[in-house]
Write a protein that binds this ligand. Structure first.
Ligand code: PLP
Length: 379
């Protein structure tokens, strides 16, 4: 096997990341909620028009905060897609809730809103849609169902910052939404995330939860003269060094998004004919969705081709990866009652999908090599 020359992801410096970090160190504020955290909060709040943003130590922690803010009780049910990262479900399980696994649409691989209502029971409290690949879920239908049944919506927008559904930013539909700034995401600080708060009534408690259960945020703003323990909480705020890194990327958001969009489009144009000839499916983006160009995938017609393709690319020094094993069939999902056949589209897609390298620093030459290697894959 040849050495891997093209990784699946390469973390990139896109602007002033290192200068910002040096500045944070020089000014002497490297713990949480410093000047760079405030800059990130302002930038995201202004760009999306959300009521409040709180940076967190990961997307997982943003989801955990969202789950904690909804006052769930043991036995409450939360509808999550089975085709997602574990954190979408695990965050709610930590609160004693039971995830109810929903299947996905065959086209966008987002939560299948047409099958949502049949999963709702008197115990259902939350719907947690995931905007897979940064392509918006059918939010009109999901919000209407949630409204009719009195359910909260928490958007897992780990993939979709600056994506839109019918002209509206992803992450601005539910009462709460989570972002991820993990290394593989469009904007990163290594590990990080953010909680987007659309329901103002949740803001104060969210700040308390994130600050170890104390009202320290109010104290720092000079609104009280001492802070104390007022609720259950944890430590979810990232160091300002990380916010400094992230801030540089967010400030270059147009350039970063343009670059990713260009890579995404070159994959699409370069693979369309090959995919049609071979029965391979490329990502589907409905006309009313502007996606975030977060990831590019192929869905093969037969399951054996997934492994065979990954091996073929590896032999050419290119790392491609599968995505999400169905949560309902994982050891934990089984313990929670998951059964084979419960989410047939998820099971079908999970056996066939392969992600291609897509990162800011991917060069045109590397991408040409990837596309050429894909054309050489025959079966
Ligand atoms: C859909 C989804 N939700 C949540 C997460 C968790 O984000 P983080 O790695 O920042 O904790 C991920 C991470 O890949 C994800 O893909």
């Amino acid at each position: 096997m040849s050495e891997l020359r093209i990784p699946f992801n390469r973390a990139s410096i896109c602007g002033d990341e290192l200068t910002n970090i040096a500045q944070a160190v020089a000014t002497g504020h490297i713990s949480g909620d410093g000047p760079f955290t405030r800059r990130c909060h302002d930038l995201i709040e202004r760009s999306l028009g959300v009521a409040a943003v709180l940076l967190t130590t990961s997307g997982t922690h943003a989801l955990e905060m969202a789950a904690a803010l909804l006052d769930l009780h043991p036995g409450d049910e939360v509808i999550v897609p089975s085709f997602t990262f574990v954190s979408t479900a695990n965050a709610f399980v930590l609160q004693g809730a039971r995830p109810v696994f929903a299947d996905i649409r065959k086209d966008t691989l987002d939560l299948d809103e047409s099958r949502l209502e049949e999963l709702i029971t008197p115990r259902t409290r939350v719907i947690a849609p995931v905007h897979y690949a940064g392509v918006g879920c059918e939010m009109d239908a999901i919000m209407e169902i949630a409204r009719r049944h009195g359910l909260a919506v928490v958007e897992d927008n780990a993939h979709g910052l600056f994506g839109r559904y019918r002209g509206r930013w992803l992450g601005t539909f539910g009462c709460l939404a989570a972002l991820s700034f993990h290394e593989t995401k469009n904007f990163t600080c290594g590990e990080g995330g953010a909680l987007l708060i659309n329901d103002r009534a949740l803001t104060e408690r969210a700040e308390i939860l994130r600050e170890k259960g104390t009202n320290r945020s109010r104290f720092f703003r000079g609104q009280i003269d001492k802070y104390t323990w007022v609720d259950v909480g944890s430590s979810y705020l990232p160091a300002d060094i990380l916010a400094a890194f992230l801030c540089a990327q967010l400030e270059k958001r147009e350039i970063i998004q343009q670059r990713r969009r260009r890579i995404w489009n070159r994959y699409y144009d370069g693979l369309r004919a090959w995919a049609a000839q071979n029965g391979v499916r490329l990502p589907v983006v409905p006309g009313h969705c502007e996606h975030s160009s977060h990831l590019f995938y192929l869905v093969f017609p037969q399951p054996e081709l997934q492994e065979a393709f990954i091996r073929h690319m590896r032999r050419r020094g290119i790392l491609c990866v599968f995505h999400y094993l169905p949560l309902h069939l994982s050891p934990m999902g089984r313990k929670l009652g998951g059964l084979p056949g419960q989410c047939p589209v998820t099971e079908w897609v999970s056996d066939r999908l392969v992600r291609l390298p897509l990162f800011h620093g991917l060069t045109d030459g590397e991408q040409e090599e990837i596309i050429a290697a894909i054309h050489e894959f025959t079966w």
